[in-house]
Ligand binder design. Structure first.
Ligand SMILES: Cc1cc2nc3c(=O)[nH]c(=O)nc-3n(C[C@H](O)[C@H](O)[C@H](O)COP(=O)(O)O)c2cc1C
Ligand code: SF4
Length: 409
């Protein structure tokens, strides 16, 4: 069976997409929404925006609510190190459009929003051009399709913040419940799904029509100490982190592989000896990390994890939106502490105090999960790479092996 790729080797316009059988599934679901409902209500796909919630459960939750309904395709993608949604919009915009409209047709939704970062100018142009040439207004005349730009702020990608922007707000999380499936855009039950999640829907239904399971692929964005950072389409049942790093040109800089952070800045590090695990959710979880949006950071021995933790905690401290006092306190304390350690002014006792911060905020109300995000990277870095922390604490500088020979490519 051939693997249907999400990212073709060059940009697909409408003619290319149609030549691959594009928009046939949408036509079938418009003609028979029950077909879409039957397949999407039992797909094993989990959301690829980071939280990995079951798509089928979310789809069914929206379907169970009264019409009118809405669909929001989330391509805000402000997570550092992630570029997969932008790659989809610029290279294969029609696969995202078709998937989003399949969900809309199956749900009988009357509102569709493509939510894209205002900073993604190339991708916005590509999406707008694809929408204009798609002819969807003829296929779905009763559906209002809009492109709404997301503010350049990490939390604006969170589901309730996205709905808030679409409804004219400033783009801060409003808290859940009510869940978007109950009360979303304009008060309508809304399916909020990531752009890559939705890009899978056409091939899922095509496979079901053949009586088969789709051959899954996923988009991994590789950054860090590699020769060719970028977005790579992988087979989770075949590719390992070792093969993924090889596809990204191998290690750059100096030294050997030290660690991988598989799921973006909020995920735990795994050590080099775990690099032969498959790039799949189950193996990543078994190795003690989280798959997130598969923004894979590769770390060579020449790089200090304390410095990476400083960068990560700085990001979360700056990006927390200030609505929830415990989040403000926790993210800023994490950053101050790691910064002190990195600058040679920290201590083990100071690091230990982070546990108390954690215990202090654990039951306090918060409107989104950003508050939890600094913990896995810092905890895992400390327990897996104590020598890096010891060097900063005891000797005031990095332990990273800056004098090692260049990595063999
Ligand atoms: C701080 C924060 C930022 C987020 N940013 C994004 C984003 O840019 N894109 C995205 O798809 N999901 C983002 N999410 C997750 C969304 O809340 C939501 O779970 C997701 O869009 C649902 O799609 P999925 O089920 O297909 O993953 C973010 C969540 C949080 C807490
Ligand atoms: S948890 Fe943090 S980022 Fe999320 S809404 Fe509250 S203050 Fe903002």
């Amino acid at each position: 069976m051939t693997t249907e790729l999400l990212l073709p080797p060059r940009r697909y316009g409408l003619d290319d997409y149609l030549a691959q059988g594009g928009y046939r599934v949408l036509g079938a679901v418009v003609a028979d929404p029950d077909l879409g409902q039957a397949v999407l209500a039992r797909t094993t796909l989990s959301g690829l925006g980071g939280a990995h919630f079951s798509f089928a459960r979310k789809f069914t939750a929206v379907l169970d609510q009264l019409a009118p309904r809405a669909v929001l395709c989330n391509a805000a993608e402000d997570e550092p190190g992630s570029g997969k949604d932008r790659a989809l919009l610029s290279i294969n915009p029609h696969v995202v459009i078709e998937g989003t409209l399949i969900a809309a047709a199956a749900l009988g939704a009357t509102d569709v929003v493509f939510y894209v970062s205002a900073t993604s100018t190339t991708e916005l142009k590509s999406l707008t051009a694809a929408l204009a040439e798609s002819g969807i207004d003829l296929l779905l005349p009763d559906v209002e399709v809009r492109v709404v730009t997301a503010p350049d702020r990490y939390v604006a990608g969170e589901a309730s913040a996205a709905i808030n922007v679409v409804d004219g707000g400033e783009g801060k999380p409003t808290g859940q419940p009510p869940y978007p499936s109950e009360r979303g855009i304009g008060g309508r039950p809304t399916l909020v799904a990531n752009a890559e999640t939705l890009a899978n829907l056409a091939r899922i239904i095509r496979a079901a029509q053949r009586g088969a399971d789709p051959v899954w692929t996923r988009l991994a964005t590789v950054t860090g100490d590699v020769v060719a950072p970028g977005v790579y389409e992988i087979r989770p049942d075949v590719d390992t982190f070792t093969t993924l790093i090889a596809r990204a040109g191998g290690l750059s800089g100096y030294g050997e592989l030290k660690a991988v952070q598989p799921g973006g800045p909020s995920s735990s590090f795994i050590t080099a000896d775990a690099a032969d695990i498959a790039v799949c959710d189950a193996d990543i979880r078994s190795a003690g990390s989280q798959p997130g949006c598969l923004a894979v950071r590769v770390v060579a021995t020449s790089t200090c994890v304390v410095e990476i933790c400083e960068e990560i905690t700085d990001f979360f401290a700056r990006q927390q939106c200030g609505q929830c006092p415990p989040c403000r306190m926790k993210t800023q304390t994490y950053h101050r502490t790691v910064q002190q350690v990195a600058s040679g002014k920290g201590s083990w006792e100071l690091l230990d105090k982070l546990t108390h911060v954690e215990e202090f905020v654990v039951d306090m109300p918060r409107k989104c999960s950003l508050i939890d995000m600094p913990t896995p990277p810092v905890d895992s870095a400390r327990s897996l790479f104590p020598a890096d922390f010891a060097a900063h604490i005891e000797h005031g500088h990095c332990a990273a092996n800056l004098t090692a020979t260049p990595a063999a490519h």
